[in-house]
Write a protein that binds this ligand. Structure first.
Ligand code: EPZ
Length: 417
């Protein structure tokens, strides 16, 4: 299995182009099951998670032309058929569960494997199912499969106990062709929710309130062909911001949307980084970085949980004592033991970790336990004395396209073997 080898690198400098958002393209692709028309998508990142969703949709007869070189996809779901979702593919990627709402909407039935938990938590889908029940579906859980069916879906009011991103997306998709009005209260407000709503409205849906804590969906009878450009990936952008910060570099992110990065920008500014719109992108200059900070992950617009591991890598080498609190997932500190192998001083107390910044880390053999933990380890390795060998990098390439080449172009000493 391939590994990343990373050596201590100079301050990163130069330009890096941010790709389309993984967490936006996956629900948008899943939603095309509903329409039976042709949709043109631009800004498609070439990621292994996107390949998994491609394979799943193809299993249902969706035809997809994917022009990876131009980040362009043409999807047609006219001649699709319903079937049991493929177990091996769906259990490979949790986001696959997002096909449930669209299948229920198109066919009045869906049978999808219960997505497994993963390294970061049990990842239940009870809120998704609560929404389907409210829309009039029958829901059964048997032999590890979720089966939902409804002769018709009728609009309803749904309150989410937690502003779950996936539940908001699945329920919104199931409601688009339902009869009447659906209100999702205490819903997620992430930019990826807004992007999905924008895509669906471009197809003729009637969705209001996206980006606020209450989304209203007025059911329509039909979705028509559309074109859409996926928003840039705010987590890839944030990861490169930390790459600049940890190496005291000065980089420019092309195609990043600063509005989507406010909590990360705020924290880096507290650490004396200079962040400004410049040269057609977002300049992140951290030559004068100091002051450690505390972070507490929260649903958007709070500090993103997906940035927790990369930011912890940074705090490991900034002088002072910091506290990182993870409130979104129950087990998202798997990277701590790996960072400690590199000399980081971190103590976990339930959902918080206390980090004492050290003068330097040392290269070691470490393992990527999940996507964002792996990214954090690479960032730590950029400033560790000696060479760091990172295994299980399949996690990393799920969500970062050409991560190695992009880092290399900024001056990082990284290779894949
Ligand atoms: C999405 O996951 C993202 N994935 C995650 O990104 C991200 O970390 C997460 O949102 C939070 O922002 C995609 O968009 C594909 P949730 P999702 O439902 O939808 C609990 C990455 O690295 N919950 O908002 O699965 C759940 O257990 C990935 O790119 C329920 O209790 O996240 C968790 O504690 C990792 N019941 C919390 O809500 C439910 O029915 C947040 O989960 C659903 C969720």
């Amino acid at each position: 299995m391939e590994k990343f080898f990373v050596e201590k690198s100079p301050p990163l400098k130069g330009f890096v182009n941010i790709g389309g958002s993984k967490n936006s393209v996956l629900p948008v692709m899943a939603s095309t099951l509903m329409s039976g028309e042709t949709h043109i998508l631009n800004g498609i990142p070439d990621l292994s998670d996107v390949s998994v969703m491609f394979s799943i949709l193809s299993e249902f007869g969706v035809t997809i032309d994917w022009d990876k070189g131009n980040s362009h996809m043409k999807i047609n779901s006219k001649n699709i058929f319903n079937k049991e979702a493929p177990f091996d593919l769906v259990t490979k990627m949790r986001a696959s569960f997002l096909i449930t709402g669209p299948l229920l909407s198109r066919f009045g039935h869906a049978k999808v494997p219960l997505p497994g938990g993963c390294q970061i938590g049990s990842r239940p889908v009870d809120l998704h199912l609560k929404g389907f029940l409210a829309l009039g579906a029958k829901v059964s859980l048997e032999h590890g499969f979720v089966e939902v069916s409804a002769s018709r879906l009728a609009g309803s009011e749904i309150y989410l106990d937690f502003p779950s991103v996936g539940a908001t997306e699945n329920i919104m998709m199931a409601a688009v062709l339902a009869e009447g009005e659906t209100k999702i209260q205490n819903c997620a407000v992430e930019p990826e929710i807004v992007d999905l709503a924008n895509f669906l409205n471009a197809c003729g849906a009637n969705i209001e309130g996206e980006g606020t804590d209450t989304i209203t969906i007025h059911g329509v009878k039909y979705l028509h062909p559309s074109q859409h450009k996926i928003i840039p990936d705010r987590i890839e952008a944030g990861t490169f911001m930390i790459a600049s910060a940890i190496t005291k570099g000065d980089i420019i992110l092309k195609n990043a949307i600063s509005e989507h990065l406010k909590p990360v920008i705020a924290k880096l500014k507290e650490m004396n980084c200079l962040i400004e719109e410049a040269e057609g992108g977002l300049r992140v200059s951290c030559v004068g970085i100091q002051n450690c900070v505390d972070i507490k992950t929260m649903p958007y617009p709070g500090f993103p949980t997906d940035m927790q591991a990369p930011f912890m890598a940074l705090l490991s080498v900034v002088k002072g004592s910091s506290v990182v609190t993870e409130t979104v997932f129950e087990n998202r500190f798997m990277h701590v033991s790996e960072l400690k192998r590199m000399g980081a001083e971190i103590k976990i107390d339930s959902r918080s970790a206390v980090i004492e910044g050290v003068d330097s880390l040392t290269g070691a053999k470490v393992r990527a336990t999940d996507l964002r933990a792996g990214a954090g380890l690479i960032l730590a390795a950029l400033v560790a004395d000696g060479e760091t060998e990172i295994s299980d990098i399949h996690h990393i390439i799920r969500g970062y396209y050409n991560f190695e080449d992009k880092l290399k172009s900024l001056g990082a000493k990284i290779r894949m073997e």
